[in-house]
Design a protein around this ligand. Sequence first.
Ligand SMILES: *Cc1c(COP(=O)(O)O)cnc(C)c1O
Length: 617
Amino acid sequence: MDEPLNVNALFLGPKSENYPFFKEMLDYLMDDHADWRRHFHPQDQPIVDQQEQDRPDFLATHQKTREALIELAGNLQLCSTPWFSPRYLGHMNADTLIAANLGFMLTLLYNPNNCAYEGSPATTALEIEVGRQLAKLMGYDPSASWGHITSGGTVANYEGLWLARNLKSIPLAIRACRPELTAGLDEWQLLNLTTAEILALADRAKTAGAFDEVRRRSVRGEGMRNMGLGKVLVPQSKHYSWTKAVDILGIGQENLICVPVQDDYRLDIAALTGIIDGLVARQIPILAVIGVVGTTEEGAVDEIQRIVRLRERYEKEGVSFYLHIDAAYGGYARALFLDGEDRFMDCDEVHRQHAAQGVIHGDTDWLTQEVYEAFRALPEADSITVDPHKLGYVPYAAGAIVAKDRRIIDLISYFAAYVFEKSDDNPMLLGSYIMEGSKAGAAVAAVWMAHRVVPLNVTGYGRIIGASIEGAYRFYRSLLAQQPLAVGGRQFEVIPLARPDINIVDYAFHEKGNPSLEAMNRLNQALYVQCSYKSGPVYVNDFITSKTALTAEEYGETPRAYVEKFGIAAAEWDRLESVYVLRSCFLTPYLTRHTTYDACWQNFRQAMERALTATHG
Ligand SMILES: *Cc1c(COP(=O)(O)O)cnc(C)c1O
């Protein structure tokens, strides 16, 4: 039997604990690559001979490179953020996997371009492979689905909406050039076909030899003008890439509707239903609904299962919409629910395996039925964004999009993929099926290496992400149990925003008895300044975190209840319409064992006491 994965062997480590191994592998990859060059036509003579290498201008040129590298190294050391340390609990960053770093570094020397197969025979194949792996992780049938690496979640979201937009216009385009194929369907019905129905209709257009004309008559050919494709519904907790996406894709910001979120910062399903009912009553179609798994600011997991059920219910009434899930952050956490054979486990089995394998220890009490059901429902979505460079612990730039039905790429491709599918000549000209052009094969190799070493299930990523959740929960429970901090005769309490759905904890400090939201916001801003680059190079910081402001403009009335928890009057919220919170993303896997965690918590308390003293002492 295979040895279980040891998470502590996966990263360079906070004290470079795995340096000897990393260095050994670096030597290996340089030697290996150098040999590859030498062995290409071994009879060819070296071009740069010893005499050349001894010339002063040659040596000076090397020296210039050396000095530039030293300058860069200095810059990086002075100005970089130590993601690797458990003292860093800020943005969605952590140490990256040794395997991924090595994959990136080795591949960099070959510099493949995954835009076209010719420029990347090795890494295009790897991109197709990791696309399948991610599709499988999301619960899709790997042979029917499609996935590829993007520069990040932002571009994956653009591509998701690009797919949805083009798909929505296909039935109208078919009616325009092959009316017999849509006979008996009125415009409302054409705008409410399911994804499967539209793709079947597109297949009939292909058979009828009309597909190229259909694509010309669709939104990609004619633009958005008078298309009336409807509204995009996204939760208020959305990443700002969605606002950009409707702009770039010509859908327009007035067609983006933000759906309220609940006190737990999950999409409010009742509000979503109300909005859809209102649109349907006015015969306004819904282009797409976006659910979020792991919101950027709060880590909230929308109840995808309820969105899916809602869509099923509407479909019985002749209303349908595209469903895209933005799981840029939370997607990899689905590994926690897959057993060693990649099967989605029932909820009891999840608890049993987590306990038996030490994935999440003892009293963490993290998993709720809603979060379990949300991850289970992911494969019902039409497409999903999932970022290897977040909870995949892979270096930038690596996002991904996966789509349930691979035929959908025919609607965005600039190369007739469907023609070639039938032949043996697999072109794999990725650049013609995706939003980007030239792109790093090295980023793909990094993802492939990560997946090769760390299985996409409970035995692999489950262990890393499980450890990170355990750290987040220890912190969350410590905040709940925390006695007010006493500084200069004043008492400061701290309250977390919500129970974490994954591993992000938001919280705010408040001076007991203070009635002013403005003063509370100033306090947390001051704490942030002390615990971030704002107070100078972070290399000397005791603790580093991030922050966010929950405003009425973005979140409506949702943050009001949180403000009231501090004993601050609701009128204060009405006046300011903004509450400032500290935000800690727990990607670090090092806060599980009591000793490590206790040290971290002591350090947090001390850092906060010092920060409070600096600002209020
Ligand atoms: C991070 C994030 C994005 C954007 O991804 P990038 O990789 O930064 O482009 C989109 N959506 C969510 C929910 C995210 O957390």
